[in-house]
Design a protein around this ligand. Sequence first.
Ligand code: NOJ
Ligand code: CA
Length: 680
Amino acid sequence: MSRLRSLILLLLLAIFVSPAATQSLRERRQVASPDGTIQLSLNMTDAGEPRYSVTVDGKPFILPSELGFDARGGLNLRDGFHFFSDGTVFFSMDNDWTCPWGVNKQMHQHGNVMMVCMQNSTAQLCLEFQVFNDGFGFRYSVLANHADSIQVTDELTRFRFARDGDAWAITPDYNTYEFLYHKQLLSQMPYAATPMTFRTADGLYGSIHEAALVDFPEMMLYADDDSLCFRAELAEWPDGVKARFNGDGFISPWRTCQIARDAVGLINSSLILNLNEPSKLPGDCGWIRPMKYIGVWWGMHLGIQTWAMDDRHGATTENALRYIDFAADNNIDAVLFEGWNEGWENWGGSQRFDYTRPYADFDVERICRHARERGVAIISHHETGGNIYNYERQLDTAYQWLADHGIHCVKTGYAGGFPDGHSHHGQFAVRHYQRVVETAARYHVMLDVHEPIKPTGLCRTWPNLMTGEGARGMEWNAWSDGNPPEHHEILPFTRLLAGPMDYTPGTFDILFTQSRDLPQRRKWNDQDKGTSRVNTTLAKQLANWVILYSPLQMASDLIENYAGHPAFQFFRDFDPDCDWSSALAGEIGEYVVVVRRAGERYFLAASTNEDARTVSVPLLFLKEGEAYVATIYADAPDADWKSNPTAYTITQQRVVRGDVLTIRMAPGGGQAVLFELIKK
Ligand code: NOJ
Ligand code: CA
C-alpha cells in the first residue's frame, strides 16, 4: 500500500506544480513523446468508460481501446467514471541513471507523463501514461471506496491495432514459456505470451509487454472478437479470480508498447527498464557482478551424468575440483553445480529438496575452500520441482547456509507443477518469485531463475535479479528436436526485449560426437530419438555469447570439449560486464548484429538463420584516432550448420574507426569479433 499512497501523493503534488501551459492539453487529455512522434489520447465514452488511442507520425496506431477491470462485490472498474475536475497532471522526465550492470550502464529517461484521475460511485481510478521516444506505457492505480477486499476477475485492457502486419510470439501458457516462436499475421494470431513483437504493414516495429510485475498475475494477449484487437488475459488463481488485494486498492504493472522505425530499434530501446523503479539496493553492492561461468550441468542433459547420487553422479567432489581448476585456468569467474543436494531422488515425486544437505560425495567445505583459494565463485542450485511450500519453508535457512559458505549466486528452478492448483504465472507465483528476490538480496545473493516469471525490468529495482530462463534455451537441444537456427534471430527481438536470458550458449560438440555412444548414456526422458544436436555452426555458438545477453553468461559444454580448443579463446577473452551496447542491424528471424563495449574492448557478433548471409558493418563505434586489432572467429567458407557445422577460421586484422567489416556467415552461422586497442 505504501506504493499506492506515494503515487497518489505524487499526483496531488504534481497538480499544484503543473504549469498553466498544460491547461489546454489537460482538457484534451493528450500526451506526446518528447520528439512529438508518438501521441497518446484519453477519452471517456458517454457511459463513462475510459478509452486510449495512439498515433505514430500522425497516423493511427492504436485505435480507441478499452481500459479498466471487472471485479467482484460491487466494485465497478469498468464504467460510470467521470474525470476529476483538475484531476489531470502533466510532467516531464529528463534524467540520467546508472545500473551496476546491464547492456548499458548509463541510462537516460526522457519522457512525458500524463496522470488522469477519475471516479465513479465505487472507486477512484488513476491512469498514469508515460510516453517516450521508444514507446509508451500505462498503469492503473485503484482506490476502492468501501471494500474489505478486492477480487479482480478480468482486465479490460485492449490493444486495437490500426493496421495489420507480421507478429512473432509464443503460445501463452500459465506454466511455461519454453516454446518455439511462430510468425503470423496480427489478424491471424489467436493468442500470444508477451513480449509479442510485430511489424505493421507500413513498416513500424513494435512489441507489447509489461513492466514492473511485482504483485499481479502475468498478462497474456488473446485475439478479441475483432481480428486486429487483442485483450489482456490474466493468469488466474485456482478459483478463477485473477488478482486479489486488501480493500484499499492496488497498482497494476505497466502495460507497455515499444515502438521503433527499424527492428534493432526495439533492442536498443530502454522502455521496460525506464518504467521500473530505481534500485532498492543502495550502497555497496560489490557482491553483485557479472560473471562468466561453466557448470556440472550439460552432462546431465546429455544423459551421461545424473543429478541424484548414483554411479553416474555429476556433482562429485572430484568433478567439482576439476571444474574449479578449469575455471581458474581459463579466466572464468564461476562454476555452477547442479545435483549437489539431497532430494533429486524424489524429483518428479514429492519434490522435497533439501537446500542445506549436500550429497555425501560432494564435500562442500573442501570445494568452497578450493574455490576460494583459486579465486572462483560458486553458483549453487535450488531446484524446487515446483514445491514452493517446501522452498519457502527453507528460504531463510537456505540463504543463510549460502552466506555461511561465501556463496553469492544461486540458480533457482521450478521444473514441476506448483501446489494446490496454482500456476507458474499467476499472482500467487509472482509473489513467490518476488519473495525469493528480496530474500536473496538480504543475504547478498545474485539470482538466475529458471522456469521463472517472465522478466519485466525488475532488475533495475532489484539488481541482484541477474538473469533467468523463460524461453527455450540450450537444454532443448540435448533431448528434443532442438531449437531451429532462426530461434536465435527471433529471441533478441522478443524474449530478450524483456530482460537478460540464461540461454547458456557455447556447446562446441555440436553433433554430440563425444557423448552419443558412451555406454553410460541414457536418453534423457527419451525425447532424443538419436537425432538431437545443436542446430548452428560453431562460430554462431561464440556469437551467441555476445548476442544473447546475460550478465551471468555460461559456456554450456563439458570442459573436455573446450580443453585445447582454439575457438575457446573467445570465451577466455570475453567480458560479460559490458558498459555499452548497440544493436547495429537485423531483421526479426533473419539476422542480427550487436556490439558491446567492456572497458576499452569491443565484442561484436552477428548471426543468421538458415540462410547464408553477408553483412557489411561500418566500424563507427570504435574510438577516433585509435587503432585496434580485430580477432575474427568466422564460419569457414565451406561451413554449414547441417553438413559442416564445426568448420571455422580465426584471423586477425588491424582496423580503425570507419573501416567496413564484411561479415560472411554460413547457413545457420555467425561470427564473433574481439577488438583490442593497439597501445601506442
Ligand atoms: C530445467 C533447467 O532449465 C535446467 O537448466 C536444469 O538443469 C533442470 N531444470 C534441472 O534443474
Ligand atoms: Ca528450463
